[in-house]
Design a protein around this ligand. Sequence first.
Ligand code: ADP
Ligand code: MG
Length: 360
Amino acid sequence: SSDNTPMRIKPLDPQLVNRIAAGEIIQRPFNALKELIENCLDAGSTTVNIQIKEGGLKLIHISDNGCGIDKEDLKIVCERFTTSKLKEFEDLKAINTFGFRGEALASISHVSRLTIITKTEKSPCAFKASYSDGKLTKDGIKPCAAASRGTQIIVEDLFYNSSIRRNALKGGSDEFAKIYEVVSRYAIHNFHVSFYLKRIGESSMDLKTPGCPNRNLENEQILQDTIGIVYGADLKKELERVSIDFDEKFKFEMMAYLTNSRYTQLKQMTFILFINERLVDCQPIKKSLQNLFQLYLPKATNPFIYMNLKIDPKNLDVNIHPTKHEVRFLYQDEIISRIEKSFEEKLLNSSASRSYYVKN
Ligand code: ADP
Ligand code: MG
């Protein structure tokens, strides 16, 4: 100021601090939806039904048939660091559910209007509660009718209290494209679960996957069918499978589907990677496969790859910041070189690529 006296330092309003922190975790509608899908899967759901308005900015409505939330827990469920999934720090090392930080619902409630309707098996009715800024609204928890067990999460007016974030987003169709990508990838990986995705106001469903009633994970036909539903029958026809059985030394196993060189319709490589059930990015794996495929596929031909990688949780850096989708793990170079080798064997043995390889 003009008289050279400094401005006094004051603490920020805690509500504002929470809102800023939440905006770092939830940057776009698909970030919120990814967390909500993981919660449905953690709750043991076999059906996940998603309805979207304006690319999720106006509405994300997700219903599941999982275990539901106890009425007693509804009071605190949206506070930061409340979770039913982690008790001791030691648990972090062996965590097998997706969530462990108890931050997702809290964050969403700071940047939107959030409503939960939920029913557990033993409760005679459902309960409904709305939240804002991590807290139950003054309406409290109300009993309501609901036919069956499960949870509905309703997220309205995302970023209504943050016009900068809201204005930075291009609009509904870009956001919906990202939502479709995330939902279809979870649907492929969790092929035993039936996913529905629909934009409200459109006459047809955007995505509908079969699931399998007995949760039979051995039934990879349904995995292939689900890939076919998302990427088309032409791609499905050219799928090949690679796998690595559990490796005692580096404590990992891998299963993947890739397209062979007969499939030439992709403009760029599609790489869907799940590590320990989480949709993640891992540039070093992607780069190594990209280089490998350049050797074996005709120019301008790009593969589709879905990879399910399981790594001993002790070797995985799980405590990464929620905005970082890139993961790191121990023995990375060794594991990648084994994966590369298994893919190379496949490419050499597959008749389609051999004929190409010999031709050149
Ligand atoms: P986290 O998943 O890390 O525990 P969240 O904020 O995502 O944190 O969720 C908080 C808690 O709310 C979960 O631990 C779980 O008990 C409950 N919960 C959230 N979504 C669901 C759901 N769809 N079905 C059952 N319980 C849920
Ligand atoms: Mg969660």
